[in-house]
Design a protein around this ligand. Structure first.
Ligand SMILES: Cc1cc2nc3c(=O)[nH]c(=O)nc-3n(C[C@H](O)[C@H](O)[C@H](O)COP(=O)(O)O)c2cc1C
Length: 368
């Protein structure tokens, strides 16, 4: 039997075999009981696709535009930290794969290679993901560097005033991987005692600014001319605030279920956010996207694109740059099939009426 994976999920098993336990647990895990982690996947399963027949689908065009940048399909690389844990070429390999797939990579602030090294390694369209530190001067410097090195937008991650409780990382005493972007800028004392839990958690809780709030978006706008996307929105209330403070886009995200357990599955929160935003800014989504049909469903509910997190790292761990390319190709191919079989030749043909969320299953559960 061939060991070549035939879908994105099969990459997870290859990654599990390839990685030390501590790293696999860190990548795969979610917060506390991991309820939201499961729901991110299961919420997609509760949505059905309503296909239309006898539409000319001899040509399928998956291309779309995000903040003015043309990409081959509405599938972007989510910001995830420390790619060297998965593969020695880390984000350099990921960026090359994103470039080959003609899509956007959001580079994590917590990358293993510096943003300058990633910028010079490929011609992928890159956005830079920002965490705001207590040391605001450090965050300012990072934004300025991102602008200078050709990053096209800032993705402000707003769901991490402190790290979620990831119990496998606590048990494993997860290391705090080196953060190349912070070299020479920030040294945070992390107690390395044997009875200490996750060292990553200690680092985040020491360095990140928990006082960050809505008015700080004005501060961020004052230090950069790049468009700003806000990542971590899960309610229509916050979506309205985000539009009011003038962000250029919203990413519906629960951080891959790694922060607040029992926060909603992202695809369940999507539609109320899309309604609240009223088309004023693009709405993107991440969390649990594993199939082309998931992407189709998110688009039908109003997302302009999705981002994928773990599958990219699994691809990297299993087969390096080629693995990431394959993961992106698989998702593109599956989206193409979904569009063909649903009678949607272009992205704009995918509409709300192509999915049904109020399924028999939901009705039964609402009675419980
Ligand atoms: C190992 C790992 C590291 C992550 N690191 C970051 C990060 O540095 N910054 C950030 O904004 N989100 C980070 N995330 C969250 C992702 O950007 C994204 O929201 C999430 O992975 C999407 O869910 P998925 O993994 O089910 O696709 C991380 C997620 C994982 C799994």
């Amino acid at each position: 039997m061939s060991t070549e994976p035939v879908n994105v999920d099969e990459f997870e098993e290859l990654a599990r075999q390839a990685l030390p336990r501590m790293y696999y647990d860190y990548i795969a895990g979610g917060a506390e009981d991991q309820h939201t982690l499961r729901q991110n996947i299961q919420a997609f399963c509760r949505i059905t696709i309503q296909p239309r027949i006898l539409v000319d689908v001899s040509k399928i065009d998956m291309s779309t535009t995000i903040l003015g940048y043309r990409i081959s399909a509405p599938i972007m690389v989510a910001p995830t930290g420390s790619h060297k844990l998965a593969y020695h070429e880390g984000e350099l390999a990921t960026a090359r794969a994103a470039a080959a797939a003609k899509t956007i990579m959001v580079l994590s602030l917590a990358s293993s290679y510096s943003m300058e090294e990633v910028a010079s390694s490929c011609n992928a369209i890159r956005f830079f993901q920002l965490y705001v530190f207590k040391r605001r001067d450090v965050s300012t410097l990072l934004v300025q560097r991102a602008e200078r090195f050709g990053y096209k937008a800032i993705v402000l991650t707003a769901d991490t005033p402190r790290l979620g409780r990831r119990e496998a990382d606590i048990k494993n005493k997860m290391i705090a991987p080196p953060q190349k972007n912070l070299e020479g800028l920030l040294s945070v004392k992390v107690e390395v005692e044997s009875d200490q839990g996750s060292l990553l958690e200690s680092f985040v809780n020491e360095a990140f600014d928990p006082s960050l709030c809505w008015k700080d978006v004005a501060w961020l706008k004052s230090i950069t001319s790049l468009p700003i996307l806000i990542k971590g929105i899960l309610t229509h209330e916050d979506a309205i605030k985000a539009v009011e403070v003038g962000v250029d886009g919203i990413i519906v995200s629960n951080h891959g279920a790694r922060q607040l357990d029992f926060s909603p599955a992202t695809v369940s929160a999507l539609e109320e956010i899309v309604h609240a935003v009223k088309g004023k800014v693009p709405v993107l989504l991440d969390g649990g996207v594993r199939r082309g049909t998931d992407i189709f469903k998110a688009l039908a509910l109003g997302a302009q694109a999705v981002l994928v997190g773990r599958p990219i790292i699994y691809g990297l761990a299993a087969k390096g740059e080629r693995g990431v390319r394959t993961v992106l190709e698989m998702l593109k191919n599956e989206l193409e099939i979904s569009m063909t079989l649903s009678g949607c030749p272009c992205i704009k043909d995918i509409t709300r009426s192509h999915v049904r969320t109020n399924t028999h299953y939901d009705k039964l559960h609402s009675m419980l």
